[in-house]
Design a protein around this ligand. Structure first.
Ligand code: SAM
Length: 242
């Protein structure tokens, strides 16, 4: 397994001020979407997310499941960037009007830890998203803004003070070991029976994989499930009645 994915256009990225990153990424992804067979709302969301379309479809399926089976609690995303994946979860929980909690510092990735390995270095301080673009994709998908709760800041500051009593669906997409471990430690105890947590980086970032594997080793009743390929979605389902 690779340590961390290669960073595209690494040299060029150092020349571009970070505040322009979200808009350039949007143009790049928008052009890429032209040649792809994407159905709505995935086509509209694609320029606003780095998540593989099959993983977005898996998130949509989980959202339908938790809505349709009445799993209690809110939707949470740890690592939002430009909001495309969060908007998909919001769109597919529209009928049950789940609240959507958006956790991100919007300042790029934090320092790595030893568990992430040296190939994670080029990513530190990079991957800067935009809360304005998050609002834009939410509007494009006609998501009621009353459902959105922005938790802007580093997880170490926002997690302790966030007011969430139960979670039906969570997407953990923060690349590195420490934030993934922190998200599981803080929020897994609040996931309702039948609730689902999907990990975007299990395949690509060794630190994320380590954090998830440690969690699974500590919770023998929970197993990792996989869905689809390419862009396999990795997720866990919390036991209990649905
Ligand atoms: C890969 S991006 C998220 C992609 C997004 N889910 C999408 O749909 O494209 C990772 C995000 O995690 C955030 N992040 C990582 N560690 C964090 C931490 N400790 N506190 C706050 N945000 C963090 C970064 O700011 C970045 O926006």
């Amino acid at each position: 397994m690779r340590n961390a994915p290669d960073q595209p256009l690494r040299l060029l990225r150092t020349l571009i001020p970070k505040r322009y990153q979200p808009w350039l990424r949007g143009i790049h992804r928008g052009l890429a979407a032209i040649g792809m067979q994407l159905e709505e709302p995935f086509r509209t969301a694609f320029p606003y997310t780095q998540v593989h379309p099959n993983r977005l479809r898996a998130l949509a399926q989980h959202a339908r499941t938790v809505c349709g089976t009445g799993v209690a609690g809110d939707v949470v995303e740890c690592g939002v960037l430009d909001g495309g994946a969060a908007a998909i979860m919001a769109a597919f929980t529209r009928e049950c009007r789940k609240r959507i909690h958006l956790f991100d510092a919007w300042e790029g990735l934090p320092q790595r830890s030893t568990e992430d390995g040296p190939l994670a270095d080029p990513w530190v301080g990079d991957v800067v998203g935009s809360p304005r673009r998050v609002l834009r994709i939410m509007r494009l998908l006609a998501i009621d803004e009353d459902r959105l709760v922005f938790h802007k800041g580093w997880f170490r500051d926002t997690f302790p003070v966030a007011d969430i009593s139960a979670i039906a669906l969570m997407h953990i997409d923060c690349d590195f070991y420490e934030p993934t471990r922190a998200a599981l430690a803080r929020w897994a105890p609040l996931v309702a029976p039948g609730g689902i947590v999907q990990f975007d980086d299990y395949e690509d970032f060794v630190g994320c994989r380590r954090a998830v594997d440690e969690f699974l080793a500590e919770h023998s009743a929970i197993r990792l499930e996989r869905l689809g390929a390419p862009g396999t979605a990795y997720f866990i389902r919390f036991p209990g009645p649905r």
